[in-house]
Ligand binder design. Structure first.
Ligand SMILES: Nc1ncnc2c1ncn2[C@@H]1O[C@H](COP(=O)(O)OP(=O)(O)OP(=O)(O)O)[C@@H](O)[C@H]1O
Ligand SMILES: [Mg+2]
Length: 388
């Protein structure tokens, strides 16, 4: 059999490597009644965790997953949420009739996969949600509403409407999760591949999210990565890798997020089968890494994300900093400042650097004055395809 992995897509079922301590921690926060902000850089495995929570809920909790990446309007956001709640409950036998009874009262004409069709399109969905929760009897169960790519929604509203609208949207969400009616029946997990804290602090609106329990998803440990390779990815495969080569591979990845592990294992397997190799050596792994860097699509998101977040001089600054770091391996605070001066953004450049750290591009863990890429793989991709 070939290897067991789908590169790029959120891991579900058999493919998902469980991190029980981490999942327990999340449940503990949920059970304490808090609303969560799940934070981690791109590709660390946030969506996979949400899917897992969705598929394996604790008794008394009804998880609901929605992704609001493309939403750029407050009412549209609450409409989507409303539609998803309807759909979820409609699919649960004991709630289905209760939900149907509400349809007439709320001017809902049809419930469909795409959400809710309305007779009155101008319906205020925030109000409708509150009303829905008021009359809804969930038998003491609680909805866990997991909103993926939430910070994107905030940014979309800010970009396509105004900053005031984005602020209002954040306030509405705060108001919603604190309303006595909602608190009793629902909790929220907000997730995003960009730091909500950074998005919000740029707007001086930190008070709109300071009630959230911030929970960071760390990268995999070496042991977890090894188990992911040996117990999951290679579980039924005829390709085997010696411990020494696993160690070599992990040392090359350095920043152990499952995405890179999958990607390089996938390329290793391709070499193994195309070239009918008998043994995976360090040299094969080196070649697999070279090949994985050629996947423009997998890495492009790291660049496109920056293009949508930063414009004009800010983007030029970010690009210069990352180009420099990809070429020289490191960049010092003084060099960063020089770039900031050159692009006339000395007022805000620290915030931008914080975003790059937060979103998993660079870190200064070893020395506060020296930054380098988290991932040597991303560094090499950046050097080859962006800097040159
Ligand atoms: N626990 C896990 N076990 C196995 N593979 C995983 C796990 N978590 C994540 N992955 C893999 O890592 C990659 C990224 O996962 P996922 O989409 O969940 O991350 P994300 O943090 O939501 O990414 P993004 O920030 O781009 O939305 C996927 O290819 C997925 O299959
Ligand atoms: Mg995701």
């Amino acid at each position: 059999m070939s290897i067991n992995t789908i590169v790029g897509q959120a891991a579900t079922g058999e493919n998902f490597y469980e991190r029980p301590k981490l999942l327990n921690d999340i449940w503990r926060i949920i059970e304490s009644g808090s609303n969560i902000l799940l934070v981690a850089p791109r590709r660390v495995g946030k969506t996979s965790i949400l899917f897992y929570l969705s598929d394996n809920p604790k008794r008394g909790f009804r998880p609901l997953y929605l992704i609001t990446e493309s939403v750029n309007d407050e009412n549209e956001f609450f409409r989507k949420l409303y539609g998803h709640i309807f759909e979820l409950l409609d699919g649960i036998e004991k709630f289905s009739q209760r939900i149907k009874n509400l349809v007439g009262k709320n001017k809902i004409s049809e419930i469909s996969k795409s959400g809710v069709k309305l007779e009155d399109v101008k319906l205020d969905y925030y109000g409708a949600l509150i009303k829905l929760f008021k009359i809804l009897d969930l038998d003491g169960e609680k909805l866990i509403i997991m909103i993926d790519e939430f910070p994107e929604t905030v940014e979309n509203i800010k970009r396509d409407k105004t900053e005031t609208d984005a602020l209002r949207f954040l306030q509405k969400n705060r108001e919603l999760r604190h309303s006595a009616i909602i608190k009793e029946k629902a909790q929220f997990i907000y997730v995003g591949s960009i730091g909500l804290e950074n998005v919000v602090s740029k707007m001086n609106a930190s008070s709109t999210i300071d009630d959230l329990h911030s929970f960071g998803v760390p990268p995999f440990t070496e042991k977890e990565s090894r188990d992911l390779i040996l117990d999951k990815i290679l579980k039924n495969s005829e390709m085997q890798i010696e411990n020494e080569q696993v160690r070599f591979l992990l040392s090359k990845i350095e920043w152990l997020i499952p995405f890179y592990v999958q990607l390089i294992m996938d390329e290793t397997y391709k070499l193994y089968s195309y070239e009918e190799l008998k043994k995976i050596t360090n040299e094969v792994i080196e070649r697999a890494i070279d090949k994985s860097i050629q996947h423009k699509l997998y890495f492009d998101l790291w660049l496109s994300r920056l293009k949508t977040t930063f414009k004009g001089n800010e983007f030029s600054f970010v690009k210069s900093v990352l180009n420099h770091t990809s070429e020289k391996d490191t960049i010092s605070s003084a060099e960063i400042y020089n770039y900031a001066e050159g692009f006339n953004i000395t007022e805000i450049y620290k915030n931008i650097i914080n975003t790059l750290v937060y979103d998993g591009y660079i870190n200064n863990n070893d020395n506060p004055k020296i930054y380098h890429f988290n991932s040597p793989i991303l560094k090499r991709w950046w050097y080859k395809y962006v800097a040159n």
